[in-house]
Ligand binder design. Sequence first.
Ligand code: ADE
Ligand code: ZN
Length: 327
Amino acid sequence: DDLEAFIKGLPKAELHVHLEGCLTPQLAKRLAKRNDMPLPDSVKKASTAEGFAFHDLTSFLAIYYPAMEVLQTAEDFADLAMDYLTKAHQQNVRYVELFFDPQAHTSRGVPFPTVLNGYRNGLLKAQRELGISASLIMCFLRDMSAEFAMATLMDALPYKDVIIGVGLDSDERGNPPRKFAKVFGRARQEGFLLTMHCDIDQQDSVKHIRQAVHDIGVDRIDHGTNIVEDAELVELVRQKAIGLTCCPVSNSVVTSDFKGKEILQLLRQGVRVTLNSDDPAYFRGYVNENIFKVAWETDVTRKELVQFQRNAFAVSWLSSWRRDRYL
Ligand code: ADE
Ligand code: ZN
């Protein structure tokens, strides 16, 4: 209807989407064939006509990592980036900050430069052919060691043209922000901007958000919705204008609640919350579907839907002269 057309027409920025989470079963099949390798079991078992099937974070990660086996050459990484950016462009997304997980590739023998040259070529091609702008945020896998993260940071230093920041993802249980304080301190010194996943309904969600803000000094928080449990922390994040990158469809898959109420409450309290897709090939929702979910299932107004996108450009890491052309 009319509201659907309004959402589709909004110029959008996406700040929380994992490149490896954009690997559709269709693309995985094409790459497996091109690389003359069998389709990984996880793709075979989990994929249906529409996409992957699973029900929580553990069952998701158990498909997500093995499926990456089909990514072998720089061309594969370029095609993955181009595949996502083509879909984002169709949804009127103008600017994207893309997470990627280099350790999921280097740990299985794919050289770091292969990953980076591929992704860089994909981003350049999308800019050239579609006019969509994108940058990379390199995530450390928090269930791996701080030493491996530091070595990965050193690998990234020659790629500052395309990597603008660092993040932290994978399994949060027992892997608090503090574990990576030294790595993030060094990343800051090197000029990278900082963000971190503080996932939905973790055992120590609020404690982890506090560490991310106070001990790490993050510029943004990914998810972070559990901040609603602590009024003081809400006020601090509001004052510091720290963006929260929320993902309603992802929330509804990994928990039983899409957190629409909490997301809207934070928006109305003046926190810079944004709406994003997380792992769209797996959770079956690109950015428009995430906005539709909030639109159909809460009392959000059109003005507030615009505010989500204003927030996204405002807390994005576009240099300010480029940002002003979108706002
Ligand atoms: N890596 C990719 N997607 C993720 C998610 N939803 N949670 C934690 N780590 C991830
Ligand atoms: Zn994520």
